[in-house]
Design a protein around this ligand. Structure first.
Ligand code: BDR
Ligand code: CA
Length: 320
């Protein structure tokens, strides 16, 4: 039986690859819906981007829901300096022909989890605002969450501030709620995802003759508007793609169970994740924290997955 998932996301180039990957494997992953949140760019734009990516994948029937326009307490910080004004590095993908769903993302999360015949895995690729609010509004849904696989945090330094990674910095209160909720969590912090840089050598494995592959490679090779990002000049780190790759190929990843806490006090460390890797505190593990991955194999398999989308009718879009 395939695994049911909901993808909560703020596309974002790395979110885009994650979505394509999830949509490429219907035999393993049933994507019940995509919920969007404000993060890399405001939520109107992340919603349009999610619709565009589903269309590009040849899967326009996948329902997309717009979620929260801002974090729970803090003002919204966005990341156009990495993603460009449109969130997808100026990639002029075809405008979506399908619209977003009427329901709010939080309502969709609650209803879908409550009425599902089996537990659902949540793939959290952006600030955790929608998922935290769903858990606050309907704590009973936690029994229906098989796992919450999260990209966020850092065992070492941050990428948004010296202390904090972007997703947790944007909505630390939401992250704190999710980590305290007791749902089974797998965490992909920066120290793991910076191993998944889309270098020219790794991108060479994508089939440039095929439409979806060509477009995704073109997007990943574009200059980052803010110049070289942390993690080096070799390419974009595919942070969020790790979450879906983990579901498809868990044997490529290693980690351990740890306690994770999120700093919510305002100041230089707001949004910091304290990951108790060495078990120094008596606090119980509340997450499985991934530390290493086989990035070459991951990119090889991702190239194959995107090629499968092309073979199954991914639709061309207009690139500028
Ligand atoms: C995370 O922040 C976003 O910019 C990326 O899409 C990823 O989810 C990395 O810190
Ligand atoms: Ca993201």
């Amino acid at each position: 039986m395939n695994r049911k998932i909901i993808i909560d996301t703020d596309p974002g180039q790395d979110d885009a690859l994650a979505l394509l990957l999830a949509l490429s494997a219907p035999d393993c992953l049933e994507v019940c819906g995509v919920t969007t949140v404000a993060g890399n760019v405001p939520v109107d734009q992340t919603c349009i981007n999610a619709l565009r990516i589903c269309q590009l994948a040849g899967r326009p029937e996948v329902p997309v829901f717009k979620g929260c326009p801002r974090p729970i307490l803090r003002p919204l910080h966005t990341a156009e300096f990495i993603c460009g004004a449109d969130g997808l590095a100026g990639m002029a993908l075809e405008a979506p022909r399908q619209g977003q769903q009427q329901a709010h993302a939080v309502a969709f999360l609650i209803d879908t989890l409550r009425h599902s015949d089996r537990p659902i895995t949540l793939c959290a690729l952006g600030p955790l605002t929608n998922i935290a609010l769903a858990l606050v509004q309907a704590p009973d849904i936690s029994d229906k969450i098989e796992q919450c696989i999260i990209m966020g945090g850092a065992r070492d330094l941050g990428n948004m501030t010296a202390a904090a990674e972007f997703n947790f910095f944007v909505d630390p209160h939401a992250a704190s709620i999710v980590f305290a909720s007791g749902v089974p969590i797998v965490l992909f912090p920066l120290n793991a995802t910076y191993q998944a840089v889309a270098t020219p050598a790794r991108l060479a494995g994508f089939d440039r003759q095929a439409s979806v592959s060509r477009q995704i490679v073109s997007m990943l090779r574009r200059e980052r508007p803010g110049g070289a990002a942390l993690g080096g000049d070799d390419g974009h780190p595919m942070h969020d793609a790790c979450v879906i790759a983990y579901l498809l190929w868990p044997e490529l990843f290693e980690g351990r169970d740890c306690n994770v806490e999120i700093e919510i006090a305002e100041g230089t460390t707001v949004g910091r994740s304290t990951i108790d890797w060495w078990g120094r505190s008596s606090a119980k593990p509340n997450a499985h924290v991934v530390a290493t991955l086989n990035a070459d194999a991951m990119f090889e398999r991702m190239a194959g997955a995107v090629r499968a989308l092309d073979q199954n009718g991914g639709k061309p879009g207009d690139m500028n």
